[in-house]
Design a protein around this ligand. Structure first.
Ligand code: ZN
Length: 178
């Protein structure tokens, strides 16, 4: 069940008018809390992406695995997904990918994952995190071949000797607190 939800929801983005149903369904069923550390990460990324709007991250207490955004700037990430994330760079990638959907004004039915990945990887590189380690979250996911190839292309376009932040204590502490 968790795996299936990961494939459906991971990096999904809901159009604002369609947002009410999934968010109401989730918040009725699960406890959600806005969290300072990921919200700060999202706000820093949004600024560096020149995404000029308020963004926030809420954590859903659920063992299911998903992340999605609305174009009002809200990102929801389940605690079940966060527990599977190996390092902070991967966590930042998930947040940046959701912000990319917002910036690219993707709609629910025509979200281009390749474009969102490209923008996200470039943003986390600029923010000082390691894009190479960021994609380890996708290693076991069933993503399309074209998306995988696109990620390799983006990584090749970034400086090969760049070593950014892979992980920090603050992420591991946050993960343990869930
Ligand atoms: Zn996506």
């Amino acid at each position: 069940m968790g795996k299936l939800l990961l494939l459906i929801f991971l990096f999904g983005c809901s159009q604002q008018k369609n947002l009410v149903a999934p968010i109401v369904a989730i918040t009725e069923k699960h406890e959600t809390s806005q969290s300072a550390y990921p919200t700060q990460l999202a706000q820093d990324l949004a600024r560096s992406m020149k995404l000029n709007r308020h963004v926030s991250v809420s954590i859903v207490r659920s063992n299911e695995q998903y992340a999605f955004c609305s174009n009002n700037g809200t990102i929801l990430i389940s605690s079940g997904l966060i527990r599977t994330i190996p390092n902070e760079a991967s966590f930042v990638f998930i947040i940046a990918h959701e912000l990319a959907h917002i910036q690219l004004e993707h709609q629910e039915n025509n979200a281009n994952e390749e474009d969102a990945d490209k923008l996200a990887l470039t943003a986390i590189f600029r923010a000082g995190f390691s894009p190479h380690h960021a994609v380890s979250i996708l290693a076991h996911g069933r993503i399309t071949d074209s998306r995988r190839a696109n990620i390799q292309d983006v990584l090749r376009s970034l400086p090969i000797d760049f070593t950014g932040i892979i992980d920090r204590e603050i992420f591991q502490q946050f993960k343990l607190s869930l």
